[in-house]
Design a protein around this ligand. Sequence first.
Ligand code: BGC
Length: 257
Amino acid sequence: MILLGIDVGGTGIKGAPVDTDKGELLQERFRVLTPQPADPENVGNAVAEVARHFDWKERIGVGFPAAIARGTKMRTAANVDPSWIDTDGKVLFEAKTNCKVTLLNDADAAGIAELVFGAGRHHTLGLIFMITIGTGIGTAMFLDGKLVPNTELGHIEIRGKDAEARASERTRLEKDLSWDKWAKRVNEYLVKMEKLFWPDMFIIGGGVSKHFDRFSPYLEVKARVVPAELGNEAGIVGAAMAAVPHNPYYLDQSAIT
Ligand code: BGC
């Protein structure tokens, strides 16, 4: 199918039509800055602007940086305005775009794309963690190819702090950390995750995946660690894949009572 995937991030909102059978963007992605405050009204309008850019009338998949109960209600809002909490995001985005919307966590979306078309495609069995490192740290957990949605493991505590506050890409840039200093923080995070879950593989996504060589020598976990292959496009591709009706990756639960 050809569906529009939109990835809402703390910094930018980007989208493109996706061939969901090939996992490829069919047009150059369109990006707008995440409006401030990043509240439901402003972000809803920005998502609608992306859909309008492509003159979109079909289904849309939206990845959003929050835990989203049953693909409808936002439960967290770490890098967007707190007024999102308990907002029905699906209803809001459908009203703003006039399209049917499937809504899911952004890291879950990126993970789906990587598992099917990217770094995880030869690994259908076992426990795989997708970790997206950007404005925040997002996680997606797959057991034998099946997503456990809404894991928020970027917020485990390390040295008394939220893990993403120590090891996100934003922190690296804001604190002007050298690659090796930052890599040690990422390592500390992965080691902690390994001690808790013992996954078979970590896939590192987000913008930093293209600089994988600069931090991978510092990673000491026993599991394999590989960079995402779809890079920053994974979130767009996976959001569109999740919007395919009756797809095997993500169940749109909004209709289930
Ligand atoms: C949010 C997650 C999101 C991650 C990456 C975190 O701050 O809590 O829901 O997946 O950032 O955007």
